[in-house]
Design a protein around this ligand. Structure first.
Ligand SMILES: Cc1cc2nc3c(=O)[nH]c(=O)nc-3n(C[C@H](O)[C@H](O)[C@H](O)COP(=O)(O)OP(=O)(O)OC[C@H]3O[C@@H](n4cnc5c(N)ncnc54)[C@H](O)[C@@H]3O)c2cc1C
Length: 423
């Protein structure tokens, strides 16, 4: 990454150096325009961040899976950068370790969740939206687990999730990974971008001929601005607009970031855990973790928590995810396992000031907010970020592609202006 001297003016300013902002900056290469990415953190990547927690273990604190890998633009990018892709099947499709989830139960659960998605598909054809929880079959014993899956996928329980939005999400069910971390891949992709770090944008004043950005490092002006910050920051008005943009604030409020968190545990001593195995923290309840055993055959276990339970554990303070994970694993495999497990790292995305959550889901009745948020304002302000993606929302590749889309919109406008300028 090329860290920039802070200029007083640029052609295009991009707010946020996550996958969307970096996607936009890369798409502007070679245009001859002056571009600067303004990033509040002291690093690029945003919700894509790999932490090396031991010499062997690269912990993806945010995104880890190249979802819909056959349509994921980061696959070609990894290939171009010479970064190897791991195509091992994900753990969630595999039987649970030591029959913690017996095959008969598993088959019953698979049928219940398939039936649920079939009902979502039918209901989404109707014009009226509703909470996806209304499609749970009364009395079905698998409902709490279907809800748990929603907390992993949407960051929220089904009562908070729009049926239309669930149906709009595109998943080709091909999921790959990067051994050195998805966050590392995105950092390598963003390395050539011109970025001002530690630069939080507070105000976007678009009342004048040029747009004025008030930041923690001073003020600069731009002719066009691409805004990629997470929806919760727009919803909370942590970043403000003059004149105000109530339609953007309202659409962002309809697309809150849910809560999802990860924990990485070291696994010591002798064991028979399979590489890339699967373990569920419990059955028949929503408040539970799900575990990836020995990712990349490393001696570790990665736990994943979502929804209200993840928020509760964040509120409980540092170490709460590790303690919960170790308790759940011991509940399933016996207390002796405790001696072999120790915490390495965990996330707290809902408490992260520049994310305030994990990824966006539409509240019931708000699936249309994605298009409202994505729409340009006066052909000068453009909006990108995972929440603006029509079908790959909540993902890193959806975010990156949205940055490219925003650049196309901005460039189309510059072209139109050039064409209509007097000779
Ligand atoms: C636990 C977890 C697991 C996930 N797993 C996956 C996965 O397996 N696969 C997948 O594809 N996706 C996954 N995701 C989602 C994925 O990480 C995000 O969708 C994607 O990274 C979002 O990119 P973005 O550019 O839209 O937003 P961000 O990455 O959030 O980028 C926005 C940037 O704006 C900056 N910013 C905020 N406020 C300001 C301000 N005022 N001024 C300047 N800068 C500001 C932020 O610091 C940030 O860098 C996961 C996310 C989490 C949290």
């Amino acid at each position: 990454m090329s860290e920039q001297r802070f200029p007083s003016s640029v052609d295009i300013a991009i707010i946020g150096a996550g996958a969307a902002g970096l996607g936009a900056a890369r798409a502007l290469e070679g245009t001859g325009l002056s571009v600067l990415v303004l990033e509040a953190r002291d690093r690029i990547g945003g919700r894509a961040y790999t932490k090396r927690v031991t010499p062997e273990i690269a912990f993806d604190v945010g995104c880890g899976w190249l979802h819909s890998a056959d349509e994921n633009s980061f696959v070609g990018i990894a290939e171009q950068l010479g970064i190897p892709i791991d195509r091992t099947d994900p753990p969630w499709g595999k039987p649970s370790y030591r029959d913690a989830f017996p095959p008969r139960d598993r088959a019953e659960f698979s049928e219940a969740i398939e039936d649920f998605y079939e009902r979502v598909w039918r209901a989404a054809k109707k014009k009226a939206d509703a909470p996806a929880a209304t499609l749970l079959e009364a009395g079905n014993r698998w409902n709490p687990m279907i809800d748990a899956i929603s907390t992993y996928v949407n960051g929220a329980e089904l009562d908070r999730v729009s049926i239309h939005d669930v149906e709009a999400y595109r998943d080709t069910e091909i999921n790959w990974r990067i051994r050195d971390g998805y966050g590392s891949l995105i950092a390598a992709y963003g390395a050539p971008c011109p970025v001002a770090l530690n630069c939080a944008v507070e105000l976007i004043d678009h009342s004048g001929a040029r747009i004025r950005l008030v930041t923690s490092q001073g003020t600069l002006t731009a002719s066009q601005v691409i805004i990629t910050v997470p929806t919760n920051l727009i919803a909370d008005e942590a970043i403000r607009f003059t004149p105000e943009l109530p339609a953007k604030v309202e659409s962002a409020r309809g697309l809150p970031l849910g809560a999802d968190d990860k924990v990485m545990l070291r696994l010591a001593g002798p064991h028979d855990f399979p590489a890339d195995g699967n373990l569920r923290g419990a059955m028949m309840r929503t408040a539970m973790g799900t575990y990836h055993l020995r990712p990349f055959a490393n001696d570790c276990i990665e736990g994943f928590f979502g929804g209200r339970f993840a928020r509760e554990l964040e509120d409980a303070g540092d170490g709460a995810f590790a303690a919960q994970a170790i308790d759940e694993i011991a509940e399933l495999l016996g207390n002796d396992i405790r001696r072999q497990l120790s915490p390495l790292a965990e996330s707290r995305w809902a408490r992260d000031p520049y994310a305030r959550g994990s990824y966006s889901h539409a509240l019931p009745g708000h699936a249309g907010a994605r298009a409202v948020l994505a729409a340009p304002v006066d052909d000068r302000l453009f909006f990108a970020g995972e929440a603006t993606s029509p079908h790959f929302f909540s993902t890193a590749h959806g975010a990156r592609d949205s940055g490219e889309r925003a650049v196309k919109e901005a460039m189309a406008n510059r072209g139109a202006k050039a064409a209509s300028a007097p000779a």
